[in-house]
Design a protein. Structure first.
Lengths: 729, 438
């Protein structure tokens, strides 16, 4: 890509050099001059020119022009409101018209104080209204979903929300209805706005029209603090600000990291924070007292009990990790257990690997790619939601997106044969080609394929593995760094369950059956009743300092937004460390420096910064593709069952009532052809079964699934795995 | 001055909806002539004839065609969404002379190297749509299309879709709202391809120019700018309303009195809207204005879509203004702020004046509101509202002041605006249930 031609133009008497074709709003910014805007938002598509806030005078043009739709041309002479009475009059007129029917209910508006309409009125608007008629009134607020309310009186029809819905998330659910002064934003046919990214419209809205219901009447902007941190609910690690008031999280906002999230968040990341105040949140240690009863214990007693359990089990202690721990928590725990007890056996949430470090690139590279191949069985939006938006933007930019999954073959099999196909040849020849693996499986297969295709040598090309857990890689790194010794094969003594996700994992529960005792570190008590002997309270990612590694391999800093109702895990791990003669710091910064010396050379805790960088690519080394795990042969009439973890699932989402509408129904998705063959119509109840166990689900006919596979959310799949039969119930 | 029938030549005497009749009257000879010419020669002829857009903007068609970015594809879009109040000239062409338009489409397609022509026809024009469809079928069956496809697309009842970029949006299946320009349709139009958009009358004039000869055509009317003929739609308080094809330069007086038979029932002419409801109104003493662009500009108005509406002395001009303002409020698409909010505010103020509740300063407020809409909108709809309303206030300030001073309409109940534009209630209709003309 060659550097664009530079042109010189004059804005308010200041000479500016800018690349030819740069938007006038940005060009003026280069000169430190503001062209005010409402509807202009480059992230939601081409400029609209609708609000007329950006009117400027351009020499040689008789009428005022919308600055947002004009681009820098050589010799252009532009005057903004600061230098042109005509432009100032135009902007003043725009604001007068906008405010004619705007309710001006700023004192009770949640946007008040952080509202572009207030700010621009203050700077460019009229001081009084000349309207002598009753303002237009409408029903308000209207909940367009359980999480978002719409106030149509405040709406200024900038179309940012509808453009986001149609051109970014491509969910097509927000529309403009009617015309003229009766124009209004609505959801399509008034159905709830149910889509993974809906909450972004509350941040795009430049007025108080679309607001998060959770934040309604919760705070005024002068009594809040926005804490810059990183979302800990999926492996993308979107940069967020946690808005806090009086020690409570009130709202999550995006904090645009242009390489990671471009300022978009999924609704899980945005709206899940009330889980911090869930009814069954654990604030103090709990001890099993009776079959399902847990009773509070003092910290002294709890640490004594923990020491007793650890001493009794010693190296027979097995640790199940969630992958939602911070790097520092995992490191502290690994030091305690591996160095203090010689307990090397861990159940990691997923296989982590550095095999793809030679093909790493920022997520934003997807937008600029020419060819993207997605393999794997799980929907990208469920596994790493914002990646779905990057793929959509790539397609809009003209990239070809090839989805090879889900298929009747495993992703590992698909990767194995790919290099030799016509598509493989194109991947090899395309300058910017990217592979994405969305599902569980050996990353080595993907690395081997990327190696075969020579993606390491092309800067815009690379490969992403979308992990299942937010920080599985960081947790695995920390665990591995604590010791080189291998676990023995002794019987399990104490099972330590770290985190609520591990506690919900059926494999971990099966392991607990075999253990002498179970110690859990968790946030929520309900799921721990009846099988855990000692519970130590856990913190959320919003309540602690630490680092986390996202799917790109980017280490990012999480900052404590609010105090947890309990001490940090590292505080009591450090105390226990003393009892076992291991020196463990309670401070994340020191823990990180220790670990970094072993794992992340050259990275300092303070150096990570608010918008973390991506480490340079590792040198490529040949990777042997691991032999794909043999799946059990299917019966002739059988289907390959794809179980996926829905975006709206997990311990946090389960505890937020307003997110329940987003959870998937008890459905089985199947291909139309299969349904036809089996005499199944959409909405029928069908039985999905294998080997005596079965579940009854509603049939959902899919346009995208291939024949021979069916897909069910994990929470509705019961005990079924791999291979099932489907019949009408 | 009598009518000069070039475009509507033979219409009314023969059934020109039938291809045989049209051919018998010399139809499709221009097409053959054009196809024997180089495309650029056809465009040169349009430039020489100085054919200007008859939809209202009066932009030279040949120049617009020269701006087209390289294809393929290139598209020709014909704007048959005629909706400006008072305008029914395209309807006449579609109804009684459809082959002229089809021939114009095929010649223009040849001139700009395009294979797909789209005709966007007003949804309420049901009979005209059927007639045009039949004409297309006849021409196609006669082998005249030569690889060109003509797509007829019916509108759904929005005035704004007569604005060229909103028309393109609608044609693409989107909400009918104007696009920001640049890019202009000649560079990025329908489906982002270079697109030439012209009005029905303009395109139908293309075969006329080739038949007459560009140089001859350019001598008609008022050269150099207002060459040739235009079809004027005369309506309102006149004896013989209807369409009249006139050489440009004919005066309004000739149109209204000689051809239109004057004002009925011996009443006096009070005002004339010269070019569709959006053009600034003229007083009765200004009707010696020749109907050409220059003369209109000198009087601060425009020929617009060629719709002449005569208003007699029974009509309360504030009521007429209100009808016009209500039309634009109703038809504002809602995309840009000044039009969406301003057209409604203007209606509120005019209504307040008509009802006698306004204070004197509110007349200034009305003019200021118009001024704040004018030139600040995304498309010309807001300008149309502002120009029309301000035009009435500026030409007839005494009428507005009388309402304010009198505390109500000075006509009492005696005013009649019957036959002058439609009341707001009539705008609310379902285009699918409009009665067809027999």
């Amino acid at each position: 890509m060659s550097a664009p031609e530079l042109v010189t133009l004059t804005i308010d008497g200041v000479e500016v050099q800018a690349p030819k074709g740069l938007g006038l709003v940005e060009t003026a910014q280069l000169a430190g001059i503001e062209i005010p805007v409402f509807c202009y938002e480059p992230r939601v598509g081409p400029p609209l020119g609708a609000c007329r806030m950006c009117l400027v005078e351009i020499e040689g043009m008789p009428k005022l022009q919308a600055g947002c739709t004009m681009t820098a041309q050589d010799g252009m002479v532009v005057k903004t409101a600061a230098a042109s009475g005509k432009a100032a009059e135009g902007q003043n007129a725009t604001l007068e018209f906008i405010l004619l029917n705007h309710p001006l209910d700023c004192p009770v508006c949640d946007k008040g104080g952080e509202c572009p309409l207030q700010d621009l009125t203050f700077r460019y608007g009229p001081g009084s209204s000349r309207l002598s008629f009753a303002k237009r009134t409408l029903d308000k607020p209207i909940p367009i979903s359980p999480t978002i309310s719409l106030d149509r009186e405040r709406c200024i029809m900038c179309f940012r929300c509808t453009r986001f819905s149609q051109e970014v998330a491509e969910d097509g659910q927000l529309v403009a209805r009617n015309r003229g002064a009766l124009s209004m934003i609505a959801t399509f046919e008034d159905t709830p706005y149910r889509a993974p990214f809906s909450g972004n419209v509350t941040e795009l809205c430049p007025v108080g029209a679309l607001l998060p219901i959770q934040y309604r009447f919760e705070a005024r902007p002068w009594e809040i603090q926005n804490v810059p941190t990183v979302c800990g609910l999926c492996p993308v690690g979107c940069n967020v600000s946690a808005t806090t008031r009086e020690g409570k999280v009130k709202r999550i906002l995006s904090r645009n990291h242009p390489e990671v999230d471009e300022g978009w968040l999924c609704d899980k990341g945005r709206f899940s924070f009330p889980h911090l105040r869930a009814a069954d949140r654990i604030a103090e240690p709990l001890r099993r007292a009776g079959r399902r009863r847990l009773e509070a214990a003092s910290w002294d007693d709890a640490l004594d009990e923990a020491e007793r359990l650890l001493r009794a089990s010693g190296p027979r202690t097995v640790t199940a990790l969630s992958g939602s721990e911070s790097v520092e928590q995992a490191w502290a725990l690994a030091k305690l257990l591996r160095r203090g007890l010689g307990a090397h056996e861990a159940v990691l949430p997923e296989a982590a690997s550095d095999a793809l470090d030679a093909y790493s690139l920022p997520l934003s590279a997807i937008r600029d790619a020419q060819l993207v191949v997605v393999v794997g069985d799980e929907p990208v939006a469920d596994r790493a939601p914002v990646v779905d938006l990057w793929l959509r933007s790539a397609r809009r930019n003209g990239a070809e997106i090839v989805a090879l999954g889900p298929s009747t073959e495993s992703a590992a099999e698909v990767c194995r044969g790919l290099a030799a196909t016509e598509l493989g040849a194109r991947l090899r020849e395309t300058e910017r080609a990217i592979l994405v693996w969305s599902g569980d499986g050996p990353q080595g297969c993907l690395a081997a394929l990327a190696g075969e295709l020579g993606l390491a040598d092309r800067p815009g090309s690379g490969a992403f593995y979308l992990p299942r857990t937010p920080n599985g890689r960081g947790v695995a790194d920390a665990w591995a760094a604590a010791s080189d010794e291998d676990p023995g094969d002794a019987e399990i003594g104490l099972l330590i369950v770290s985190g609520d996700e591990a506690a919900a994992d059926p494999h971990v529960r099966a392991l607990a059956e075999k253990a002498d005792a179970v110690l859990a570190i968790g946030m929520f008590s309900e799921p721990l009743r009846g099988w855990v002997d000692l519970v130590l309270p856990a913190t959320s990612y919003l309540e602690r300092d630490g680092t986390t590694m996202n799917l790109e391999g980017r280490l990012q800093r999480q900052r404590r937004a609010v105090m947890a109702p309990c001490p940090d895990e590292t505080a009591w791990i450090a105390k226990l460390g003393e009892r076992f003669g291991v020196e463990i710091s309670p401070y994340p910064s020191l823990l990180f420096e220790e670990l970094a010396a072993a794992c992340y050379p050259g990275v300092s805790y303070e150096g990570i910064g608010e918008r973390a960088g991506l480490p340079p690519r590792a040198a490529a080394s040949p990777v042997e593709a691991p032999a794909p795990a043999r799946e059990p042969a299917r019966a002739a009439a059988g289907f390959r069952l794809l179980r996926y973890t829905p975006l709206f699932s997990g311990p946090a989402v389960e505890r937020v009532p307003e997110l329940q509408f987003q959870r998937p129904a008890a459905e089985v998705e199947l291909a139309r052809a299969d349904a036809k063959r089996l005499g199944i119509a959409a909405g029928d109840t069908v039985r999905v079964s294998h080997d005596g166990s079965s579940v009854e689900l509603t049939a959902h006919l899919s346009r995208t699934l291939p024949e021979g596979v069916v897909r069910v959310a994990r929470e509705h799949a019961g005990e079924l795995e791999h291979d099932v039969e489907v019949t009408r119930a | 001055m009598p009518e000069t029938r070039l475009l509507l030549k033979g219409a009314g005497e023969r059934d020109l909806t039938q291809i045989a009749e049209y051919r018998a009257a010399g139809g499709y000879e221009s097409l053959a002539k054009a196809r024997a010419m180089e495309p650029q020669q056809v465009i040169d002829a349009l430039l020489e004839a100085n054919l200007r857009g008859r939809g209202g903007a009066f932009f030279p068609m040949g120049r617009k065609a020269s701006f087209l970015a390289a294809g393929p594809p290139r598209y020709l879009v014909v704007n048959a969404d005629e909706s400006e109040p008072g305008t029914f000239k395209d309807r006449e062409i579609l109804f009684s002379d459809p082959h002229r338009l089809v021939e114009g489409c095929l010649i223009t397609a040849h001139a700009i190297g395009c294979e797909q022509v789209f005709i966007y026809i007003r949804g309420e024009y049901h009979a005209e749509y059927e007639i045009l469809r039949a004409a297309c079928d006849q021409a196609r069956d006669a082998g005249l299309f030569a690889g060109v496809a003509i797509v007829l697309h019916r509108g759904a009842g929005a005035y704004i879709c007569g604005e060229e970029s909103a028309l393109l949006e609608s044609l693409e299946g989107n909400r009918g709202q104007p696009r920001a320009r640049p890019p202009f349709p000649a560079v990025s139009g329908l489906y982002r391809a270079p697109t030439l958009i012209n009005n029905v009358e303009t395109v139908a004039t293309v075969p006329v120019i080739l038949a007459t000869g560009a140089a001859e055509y350019a001598k008609l009317g008022v050269p150099p700018d207002s060459t040739g003929t235009r079809v004027f739609s005369l309506s309102g308080n006149v004896v013989n309303g209807g369409n009249y094809e006139l050489e440009m330069g004919t005066t309004l007086r000739e149109l209204i009195y000689d051809l239109g038979g004057g004002i009925p029932d011996g009443r006096e002419l009070r005002a004339v809207i010269p070019g569709g409801s959006s053009t600034p109104v003229l007083r009765a003493d200004e009707i010696d204005m020749p109907l050409d662009a220059q003369s209109a500009a000198e009087l601060g108005t425009m020929l617009g879509s060629g719709a002449v509406i005569a208003i007699d002395d029974r009509a309360c001009l504030v009521q007429v203004t209100l009808r016009i303002a209500q039309f634009y409020m109703h038809e504002s698409c809602g995309k840009c702020t000044p039009c969406r909010e301003g057209t409604r505010w203007v209606v509120q103020i005019v209504k307040k004046i008509e009802e006698g509740r306004a204070e004197p300063r509110e007349l200034d407020l009305l003019l200021d509101a118009c001024d704040r809409i004018l030139g600040k909108c995304l498309c010309p709809l807001g300008d149309a509202d502002a120009m029309a309303v301000a035009g009435f206030v500026n030409k007839f300030p005494e009428e507005f002041r009388a309402h304010i001073e009198h505390g109500g309409c000075p006509y009492g109940g005696a005013s009649s605006v019957e036959g002058l534009l439609a009341p707001i209630a009539l705008h609310w209709h379902d285009p699918t249930t409009v009665e067809l003309p027999s």
